[in-house]
Ligand binder design. Structure first.
Ligand code: G1P
Length: 326
């Protein structure tokens, strides 16, 4: 089985971070989004090759994977934002023997037993019940088998959202249908949709089943990134004692990061080689190599190699006076 990871999206809602770092490499809970995805998949199923469909800054993804993983990886650039269907189609040449494909949207951190989910089926699509399915692909299901898939419907027929973890056995048909779709210019909402090609597969008689993904964490914008950071730290915190520092778990402090004279936590992730001095930080993500001195931070996302230097406030406040800083 080969894994296709479309990660060419611009991550506009995570700017300014995504101006310099592809969204897949944004840190959360102590490692890059893509590392959470890969570690979960590689520990549960056998993957022969990982095909990354990258966009701008794709070389950073390649460097990251080379540094942290020993896997067979291919990088294909999607130069135009033509949709997930188009992104997946770019991987066609890597499927000479029509191996089955696992297609995982690269900004989705999830927790599911893939081995059990994939089983012996033709194909299966991970879904989750959501309150408002209108901004997702939506599956109509009968007895565990998908009857219809619609991309971002105005009037959803169910509340089962397509999460972005899909297994397709018949990749020969998948790529043939994608090719037809692209040739005919059949777009939905301005893009070649994967949801549409899965629907075409159903119409060709392919039995696509669903599996439930209960843990699905959004990393789309700073607020949700910080919430995801919390969830991950609750499960996987890690730190070593730091000099003259009080730690309020859960936190993650990379072994190469150094903290002195500070109060850290709860819910703080500090990446490789970051340096924190005389600061109080809670509910934040501190990027690789960042330097923070004399700051009180909450709900903050600090980029790689950023420098934040503050000072302690000097107050000379009279009796019965009131001072508030915001
Ligand atoms: C994409 C898919 C959609 C899916 C969603 C999951 O939409 O097209 O079917 O439900 O990811 O996050 P996007 O979020 O790229 O608009």
């Amino acid at each position: 089985m080969k894994l296709i990871l479309p990660i060419a999206g611009e991550g506009t809602r995570l700017r300014p971070h995504t101006y310099t770092v592809p969204k897949a490499l944004i840190q959360v809970g102590g490692k890059a989004i893509i590392a959470h995805i890969l570690d979960g998949i590689l520990s549960s199923v056998t993957i022969e090759e990982v095909i990354f469909i990258v966009g701008r800054l794709g070389e950073k993804v390649e460097n990251y994977i080379n540094k942290h993983y020993n896997i067979k990886a291919t990088y294909i650039e999607q130069t135009e934002r033509l949709g997930l269907g188009h992104a997946v189609f770019l991987a066609k040449d890597r499927f000479k023997r029509w191996d089955p494909a696992l297609i995982v949207y690269g900004d989705t951190i999830f927790n599911v037993n893939l081995k059990k989910a994939i089983g012996e089926v033709d194909g299966c699509i991970g879904v989750k019940e959501v309150k408002d399915p209108r901004r997702f692909g939506v599956a109509e299901v009968k007895n565990g088998v998908i009857q219809r898939l619609v991309e971002k419907p105005q009037n959803p027929a169910s509340n089962l959202a397509v999460v972005g973890v899909n297994y397709i056995k018949n990749t020969k048909l998948l790529f043939a249908l994608l090719e037809q779709m692209i040739k005919k210019g059949k777009k939905t909402k301005g893009e070649f949709q994967l949801t549409d090609v899965f629907q075409l597969m159903i119409e060709e008689g392919v039995r696509l089943e669903t599996f439930m993904v209960d843990e699905w964490y959004d990393c789309g914008k700073p607020e949700t990134l910080l919430l995801t950071n919390r969830y991950i730290l609750e499960k996987n915190g890690y730190y070593e004692k730091q000099k003259d520092t009080v730690i309020l778990p859960p936190v993650y402090i990379h072994p190469t990061a150094k903290v002195t004279r500070s109060v850290i936590g709860p819910y703080v992730s500090i990446s490789e080689n970051a340096r924190i001095i005389s600061s109080i930080i809670k509910d934040s993500i501190i990027g690789e190599g960042a330097y923070i001195e004399g700051y009180v931070l909450a709900s903050s996302v600090i980029g790689e190699h950023a420098i934040c230097k503050g000072t302690f406030k000097h107050l000379n406040v009279g009796d019965s006076s009131s001072v508030e800083t915001t």
